[in-house]
Structures are given as C-alpha cells and as structure tokens.
Design a protein around this ligand. Structure first.
Ligand SMILES: [Zn+2]
Length: 244
C-alpha cells in the first residue's frame, strides 16, 4: 500500500554494516513509524537529505507486512536556526526523544506533530526562552498522551489558593492538605502558567510570559512531574542539562 504523509524525522539509525538506513518519523497520518529509506546510501539523493534528524518532509511510503519503506522524501522545512546553538540542538533532540516515547503509534498524530513543529519553530527563531519552550512541550505532550495533571483546585478540599503540586499524583494540594510527601510549593504565577499550558487551546499554548525566576520554577515542577510519571530519564535531557 502506498501513502503520502507529512512527517518530522525524530530519530536516525545509521548502523554500520546494515544495508538500509532506518529512521523513526512522527507522521501526521500514522503517528510514529519506523521505516527504511530507499536509496539512502546515495548521499546526494533527495530522500537522503530530507530524512535527516529534525527535517520536516513529505514522505511517500510503502507499507509492507512488517515495516514501512520511504520511497521518496521531499523537504518541507529544515529548522536551520536550531543547529546554530548547541543548547538549542540538545533541546530539539530531547523533544524528539520524548515524542518518540509519548506520541501515538500507528494512528493519526496531528496534534503531537503540530506541537513539535511549533516548538522547533520557536526554538529556531529564538523568540522565547528555552526553559519555557521545554516546559510547554513536555507538559502538552504528556497531556496528549493521557498524563494530564489536575491543576484547577486542591484535590483534597477544593481550595483555590496556597497551592502545592504533587509530581507523583499529578494533583494540586493546598497548605492544609499537602502533607509531607514530595509535594512542591507553586507560586500563583507558576500555577497560572501550569493552568494555561494544560487548559489553553492549542493555538495559545506557547503564548504567555513569565519572569525568569518563575520560568525556572515552572521548568522544575514540570520536569519533576514528567520524570515521576514516566519513571525514567532521557539521555538527551541529561545532555541538555549538562550544557545549562
Ligand atoms: Zn486542600
């Protein structure tokens, strides 16, 4: 079966000794797929350059019994600005690794793809702080994958202020209810940002600003939530932190 779909390349595997080059692509119509790239050994081929990591391309695919084959790839957008700074590139690679874990497989992934493309656009453009882009991308990907935290009111009593956030439970708890187990205090500004990221329509999810210290606190609470929910870390995340 032949199909054409737009996709972001989120992983390249260039194993020495293997005749095929494999990529993992986040496609609009089929979610995450692993595919071999036809003609990829010819480095001048269009398919080869359009299936590099972080390329957004239109793929023509053959779907075999067990795998996909990229028959042709035409670049739509290359995020050159991302490669200008090592911390931007590291963050982009982390977004790709995270999407490789959280994005849908074998089903349409329009929203996950749009989120990644928006994040890479802002990263390349340099118009928003990296920690803010990181927090929004992490939290929205988690929400899309079914890990939506409850950030409206205290989960114990319904109170609306004096809030703590439990990364493990993914809920808010007030001064009275939070107890002592791992909840972190969140300022009103950080709480407003969390609510914005979780509840805003997609088009507006990156559209807010915070002072630098609050952005750091937001990044900390979102990353704690992510690591607690997924129960694992990421090499690309550790590399990003080693640079910042
Ligand atoms: Zn309470």
């Amino acid at each position: 079966m032949k199909l054409t779909t737009d996709a972001l390349i989120v992983r390249e595997n260039n194993n020495i000794g293997e005749s095929d080059r494999f990529v993992t692509a986040l496609t609009r119509d089929c979610g995450l797929i692993r595919a071999s790239v036809r003609g990829a050994r010819n480095l001048k081929s269009r398919s080869s350059s359009a299936t590099q990591l972080l390329c957004y391309s239109r793929l023509t695919l053959y779907r075999g019994r067990e795998k996909y084959i990229v028959d042709d790839a035409e670049p739509i957008k290359v995020f050159f600005g991302v490669r200008e700074q090592l911390d931007k590139l590291a963050l982009a690679q982390y977004f790709c690794e995270l999407a490789g874990v959280l994005a849908p497989q074998e089903e349409p992934a329009e929203e996950a793809l749009r989120l990644l493309l928006n994040a890479l656009h802002y990263l390349a453009e340099g118009s928003r702080p990296l920690p803010l882009l990181k927090a929004v991308t992490e939290l929205r990907l988690l929400c899309q994958a079914g890990y939506m935290p409850s950030v409206a009111v205290c989960s114990g009593c319904g109170a609306q202020d004096g809030m703590w956030f439990s990364p493990l439970q993914g809920v808010l708890l007030c001064d009275t209810c939070h107890g002592t187990i791992g909840a972190v205090p969140v300022s009103p500004a950080v709480l407003a940002a969390l609510r914005h990221i979780v509840y805003a329509p997609f088009e507006r999810c990156f559209a807010f600003a915070l002072p630098e210290m609050e952005t750091t606190a937001l990044g900390d609470v979102v990353e704690r939530f992510l690591l607690a929910q997924l129960g694992r870390s990421f090499n690309t995340l550790e590399f990003y932190h080693s640079l910042t």
